[in-house]
Design a protein around this ligand. Structure first.
Ligand code: C5P
Length: 406
């Protein structure tokens, strides 16, 4: 396993030496990147000796000698290559300044550029004076990072180098190493899964220009697709109308109506080891949509019929071992409704959420809910859809292992 260890300029920088040793003891190779501030506290030579590796300190390193060979492809953009090659990135100690720069997407030194280019999990272990840690700006920046899926370890409480007592001590190297290893593990723990995910809202035509639709943005389904891909899964994403941009890196199938979504889901079903229906599928469709735009009249009556229940059908037609997951967006009694739908649709897991609550669910960046299966129920607290997607994936992985022990 390859770990990138970013060391920032704080007095706790010397403890990153112990973390380097701990990570190596556990079998990792460690590439240390130091900020200019860190070099005031510890020398690159210390980390070179402890990691048995060159330490990287500058965005402006000399061009590698292979380029002189004229070989095509010999030129590497160092910070991009480093970000792509590793399994996990840990910042220890992370200073208030670096946390602020990370939260705002700065890329004006090597470590911040690597953080921005990295698609791997990031673990942040803050260390600073208690007042700097408790400052609303730092707390807001930490919350921004957390909502993006960055893992925060510590800080611990105790005597600080500044003479004060309180929160701000770097977490113990063994605790940081535990988190780093667990985060790296998650990058491939779904490598055997092919996950079919639906997202967005279907549109049922009324006439040539009008439709019955809903407020789904597609954000929950897209967050699930991103979380699944980050854990090594192959993702087939079937999306209807969305307001958010779909993630890259997966197979995309565009549909408009419930009937098209039904066809696409049933066609792809044999390939899937897991199906997650996060789409808001219209419950009704117009019996005979008009080919031309309807003229305005004082009253209009539409005849509607029910759309097929895609999830129920897919659950009936699935091959043994395929995990079926639904969503239940409710405005009343979400958990009771979730339990009923779990039974009636014959599925394994349902995520019930209350869409009457402001700031969560439809069209929001945040969500909360309850994950329900025949075995247990678990609260998913209000968080970004990406963080919630990660918790759902944790749950589904263990449920999938129970169904298909490997
Ligand atoms: O029955 P209800 O629409 O409340 O169930 C919600 C769940 O069922 C969601 O996972 C949704 O994607 C799925 N669904 C479906 N086909 C429908 C309606 C909903 O698969 N026609």
């Amino acid at each position: 396993m390859k770990v990138l260890l970013g060391v920032c300029g704080g007095i706790a920088a010397y403890k990153a030496g112990e973390l380097t040793r701990e990570l190596r003891r556990r079998g990792a190779t460690v590439q240390v990147i130091m900020t200019a501030g860190a070099e005031h506290f510890v020398t690159p030579l210390t980390f070179a000796a402890l990691s048995s590796n060159q330490v990287m300190t500058s965005l402006w390193q000399p061009v590698n000698s292979d380029v002189a060979s004229g070989e095509p492809g010999a030129f590497d953009i160092e910070h991009i290559r480093v970000a792509q090659d590793a399994d996990v990135l840990v910042l220890a100690p992370a200073t208030a300044n670096f946390i602020a720069r990370l939260a705002h997407g700065f890329a004006d030194d090597l470590l911040s550029a690597i953080c921005l280019a990295a698609k791997i999990p990031i673990v942040v272990a803050p260390a600073m004076n208690v007042n700097m840690w408790l400052h609303p700006a730092t707390q807001a920046n930490i919350e921004t990072l957390r909502q993006r899926g960055v893992q925060i370890v510590g800080p611990g409480s105790g005597d600080l180098a500044c003479g004060m007592v309180g929160d701000g001590r770097l977490a113990e190297p063994t605790e940081i190493a535990d988190h780093v290893l667990a985060a790296a593990q998650r990058t491939s723990d779904m490598a055997n899964e092919t996950i079919l995910i639906t997202a967005g809202g279907t549109r049922e035509p009324i006439d040539a220009v009008r439709f019955i639709g809903n407020r789904s943005s597609g954000k929950m389904g897209f967050a699930l697709a991103e979380a699944a891909m980050a854990r090594g899964a192959k993702v087939i994403l079937i999306h209807a109308a969305t307001t958010a941009a779909p993630p890259a890196g997966c197979e995309h199938i565009h549909v408009t109506t419930a009937a098209q979504m039904e066809r696409a889901v049933l066609e792809q079903l044999p390939r899937a080891s897991m199906v997650i229906m996060a789409a808001a599928v219209s419950d009704y469709q117009v019996v005979s949509p008009h080919a031309q735009k309807l003229k305005k009249t004082t009253a209009l009556t539409l005849e509607l019929t029910q759309t097929p229940d895609i999830l129920r059908q897919a659950a009936q037609q699935r091959r043994a071992g395929t995990l079926m997951v639904g969503f239940a967006a409710e405005t009343e009694h979400p958990v009771e409704e979730g339990r009923r739908k779990l039974r009636e649709k014959g599925i394994d897991v349902i995520v019930a959420n209350d869409v009457s609550q402001p700031g969560q669910g439809f069209d929001s960046d945040q969500n909360a809910g309850t994950i329900i299966s025949a075995h247990d129920e678990r609260m998913l607290p209000l968080s970004s859809k990406r963080v919630m997607a990660e918790s759902i994936m944790d749950y589904l992985r263990t449920t999938s292992l129970r169904l298909n022990p490997r």
